[in-house]
Design a protein around this ligand. Structure first.
Ligand SMILES: [Cu+2]
Length: 416
């Protein structure tokens, strides 16, 4: 009798379990994306670890973000250990409602660690601390959990974003990328407003290194006398960074207690996660995705046609100052730190330089007018010339700096 009751109880429990499993809308509960909001742009980012290709083709262990937008819930586990450096670059428009769900996938290599992660939209004027991603002031996303950040995009510009949990470690380890908020003035490039809003909504989301369509960097009021336009034919994103590979090695090999962060000695200087000449390779080039499943998806090569206006969106999330120069092409800075360079009465404060200095956390919008530029290949590089070399991790661990190589923070600008 007791056994029969037990069997009936177990059978009921089984039926109840099936009912529960099939009636909880799991995915909808995790990823918040209002279907009835025409301005909503919804992105999902995974936070995890992985490898990228360092100097000499060596593995460089990283923490980072990976795009999970649209990935079915039962497949997101496949993205654990697939972090990108830089993380996904986000393209959105002023006025849109940006929902970013951060999913903490956990670490693939460091299974002993349960680090939380956050999302900090650097420079974004928040009304509420909970979406600012500073864990001390709000919350962090624990291993295996999700949290949706909301941003009402009011201010166009070029912004960095990064994880703010243990930021000295997590930023250096690679949890860095950028968000471009394009201005509503782009609407003027379309025949009517309905077409414009539909087009901008369709283009919003995870972008590429190269932003294919034309537009404006800021709401500049057009070409009124005495002002210069921020119009561009092509735009390219640059995430500038410096890497202390020994710190990455210590994190990889469970020796992070050796990491004295004030004792910071970068040995690799990178553009979009790559050292020269890897910077020239195409996105997803096969030589950048071998061995440890490197995710070297982003290129740093600029190509344009003579006469075009080329916008370079620069974000430095390294710990050193880098001064970029392009001999032969004038660099005009039209915006800094997500603000157009205009005075209170609209006075044009943009300026031209042969070198643009970027401290850590700084952004700059640089416009290249190629109208008077001869066709050919130009170089963009860091003027701190030691940054044109790099040491591999083996060089450092064996204390053999004589094996320094050419490369580092350099790429090409090809004018056709
Ligand atoms: Cu983190």
């Amino acid at each position: 009798m007791r056994n029969r009751l037990k069997n009936i109880f177990l059978a009921l429990l089984g039926i109840l379990s099936i009912f529960i499993v099939y009636n909880i809308p799991v995915a909808q509960a995790i990823v918040q994306c209002p279907a009835n909001d025409p301005l909503a742009v919804c992105i999902r980012l995974g936070a995890t670890d992985g490898y990228t290709k360092g100097a000499d083709g060596e593995d460089l262990y990283i923490f980072g973000f990976v795009d999970l937008t649209g990935v079915p819930e039962n497949e997101i586990v496949n993205y654990k250990g697939q972090a990108h450096l830089p993380g996904p670059m986000i393209e959105v428009w002023e006025g849109q409602h940006l929902y970013i769900t951060e999913t903490n996938l956990g670490f693939s290599n460091r299974i002993d660690l349960f680090d939380p992660h956050t999302l900090h939209f650097h420079g974004f004027p928040h009304a509420m601390a909970i979406f600012d991603g500073v864990p001390d002031n709000s919350i962090a996303v624990n291993d295996g959990q999700d949290f949706t950040y909301f941003y009402q995009l009011n201010d166009p510009g070029t912004y960095p974003y990064h994880c703010h949990q243990e930021p000295v470690e997590h930023i250096q380890m690679g949890m860095v990328a950028l968000i471009n908020v394009h201005p509503l003035q782009d609407v003027s490039l379309y025949p009517d407003q309905t077409t414009a809003l539909a087009a901008l909504k369709a283009k919003a989301g995870i972008g590429d290194f190269k932003f294919a369509s034309n537009g404006y960097a800021y709401n500049d009021g057009g070409t009124t006398p005495g002002t210069s336009t921020t119009y561009f034919d092509r735009a390219f994103n640059f995430l500038i960074d410096d890497i202390d590979a020994r710190k990455h090695h210590n994190d990889e090999t469970i020796q992070e207690s050796k990491n004295e962060w004030h004792d910071y000695h970068p040995n690799q200087y990178i553009l979009n996660g790559r050292v020269y000449p890897d910077t020239l390779l195409a996105p997803n080039d096969s030589t950048m995705t071998s061995g440890h499943d490197y995710i070297g998806s982003t290129s740093a090569l600029v190509t344009a046609n003579q006469g075009e206006k080329v916008l370079l969106r620069m974000v430095n999330l390294g710990y050193k100052t880098h001064t970029l120069t392009i001999p032969g092409i004038t660099m005009r800075v039209i915006g800094e730190d997500a603000k157009i360079l205009r005075g209170p009465t609209g006075l044009d404060l943009s300026y031209s330089r042969t070198g643009i200095e970027l401290a850590g956390g700084k952004t700059a919008d640089i416009l290249l007018d190629t109208a008077g530029v001869a066709k050919g290949t130009y170089f963009m590089y860091a003027r701190e010339l030691n940054q044109e070399g790099y040491l591999s991790l083996t060089d450092i661990l064996t204390n053999a700096p004589q094996s320094e190589n050419n490369g580092g923070m350099m790429t090409q600008i090809i004018i056709n």
